[in-house]
Design a protein around this ligand. Structure first.
Ligand SMILES: [Zn+2]
Length: 438
């Protein structure tokens, strides 16, 4: 009991969002004034900016204070000294149920989406449900348009599409389309259990017939190239066996195929060979109520030893280096890069993919790989929204877009780690209540 009480105290301390003069708005017109605004398009930050949010929770106007008029009666929120960027979008996440946690499916999925939101990740694309959570995920997606949100938005692919024959594969896409999923995801793992080219090509073709974009899980260059040749829309994991080829780069640009690196997914394969130092990072401990179960499992020295002795896990260290090299090459070449992490995949094979914390670590890795802070911010905002066709509503601070905002106490353009200096998170124009007040 004492240990639990102590842990709870530490948690409350870690959760204490730095308060600002902002009051939680009540749904009227709101004007955020005096902040630096990074709008998610890649354009230079606007200093001393004003953002006007209308009663529908959308951006009405944004620009330098001198050019934006604050409507009479608007609630003004002083954001001097803050940096405001769009809420982060994770273009490759998961919303899956882990029955080991013991809570009901719906409650747990909501907790998981709250964790994302509290870390400033205001939307995720779920690239793979399990049977236990597929329908609930779709329901939560439907509910998010109906009122004030206190969790991240979710867009979902349902179960991964698959089939033993092209006909079966098409049927699996049809079933998903009938459920009204947002995207279709399938796997080419590069092993003998893979679907034949004919079968996975049928998935891409059927997705397009149903108006859905297709995302592919790959590891090998040849599989990424084959999928692009057959019209896939998004490469959902990095090429990690060799340098990306000039042909791949050319084709990705010509066909506007987006690329997601998921560095932290690779990291999660080997990093628990010892106790990672981030387990003690106060920013990590913010997520402790959700993370605790897996932290305990991963802290077991016997489990750590199995990771140290696992050849495949060790081989991913090299793959991660290749991954970083390829991201830099693709980014420099002008390929559309979207931030994604593979977080939230639940169950014993996928422990240690921390929704919320890892999105910030992913940005740090993207900068380590050679992208600029501005490029990584675009990858997790405007470009992530474009890659997932959510850009009508999300991903940038521009008139008409949802006011999903991440307000920071420090400028992430000077140090990407400043995305962790969270002042507040806004969803549809409302400030997310600090966790301890809920
Ligand atoms: Zn995934």
């Amino acid at each position: 009991m004492a240990a639990i009480a102590l842990a709870t105290l530490a948690l409350v301390a870690a959760f204490a969002f730095q308060s600002s003069s902002a009051q939680a708005p009540t749904g009227g017109v709101v004007a955020l004034t005096g902040a630096r605004v990074i709008d998610g398009t890649g354009r230079p930050a606007i200093e001393q900016a004003t953002i006007v949010i209308n009663t529908n929770g959308r951006i009405q106007a944004v620009g330098p204070a001198s050019s934006v008029q604050v409507p009479a009666g608007a609630t003004r929120v002083d954001m001097a000294g803050k940096t405001i960027m769009p809420g982060m979008i994770n273009a490759h996440g998961h919303l899956t149920y882990n029955k080991e946690l013991g809570d009901p499916v719906r409650e747990q999925l909501i907790r998981r989406l709250r964790a994302y939101a509290e870390y400033g990740v205001t939307a995720i694309v779920n690239l793979g449900s399990t049977e236990a959570d597929e329908l609930e995920g779709i329901k939560l997606r439907d509910e998010q348009s109906r009122g004030p949100l206190d969790r991240a938005r979710v867009f979902t692919g349902g179960l991964n599409a698959r089939g033993k024959t092209p006909e079966e594969a098409r049927k699996s896409v049809d079933r998903l389309a009938d459920l009204k999923v947002d995207v279709i995801k399938f796997h080419i793992d590069g092993n003998p259990n893979d679907m034949t080219t004919e079968t996975w090509s049928a998935i891409i073709d059927e997705s397009h017939k149903k108006g859905l974009r297709s995302y592919v899980h790959v590891f090998y260059l040849k599989d990424a190239q084959a999928a692009i040749d057959k019209g896939v829309d998004v490469i959902a994991h990095a090429v990690r066996d060799q340098d990306v080829s000039p042909q791949l780069i050319r084709d990705m640009k010509a066909k506007n195929v987006a690329y997601i690196a998921t560095f932290t997914r690779d990291l999660a394969v080997f990093v628990y060979e010892t106790r990672p130092s981030f387990f003690d990072d106060p920013f990590f401990l913010r997520g402790n109520s959700l993370y605790r179960f897996e932290v305990n499992v991963l802290s077991d020295p016997k489990r750590q030893e199995t990771v140290r002795n696992n050849k495949n896990a060790q081989a991913i260290k090299t793959a991660l280096e290749q991954n970083m090299k390829n991201l830099k090459m693709l980014s420099d070449a002008g390929v559309a890069i979207a931030m994604g992490t593979d977080t939230g995949a639940a169950g014993p094979g996928n422990y240690g993919r921390w929704q919320g914390y890892f999105e910030h670590l992913e940005l740090e890795y993207m900068v380590k790989a050679g992208m600029t802070p501005m490029q990584t911010i675009v990858a997790t905002t405007g470009a992530a929204a474009r890659a997932t066709k959510l850009d009508n509503d999300l991903g940038s601070i521009q008139p008409g877009k949802q006011a999903d905002l991440l307000v920071l106490n420090a400028n992430p353009l000077t140090d990407i780690k400043n995305t962790r200096q969270i002042n507040s998170v806004w969803l549809g124009g409302r400030r997310l209540a600090a966790p301890e007040t809920r």
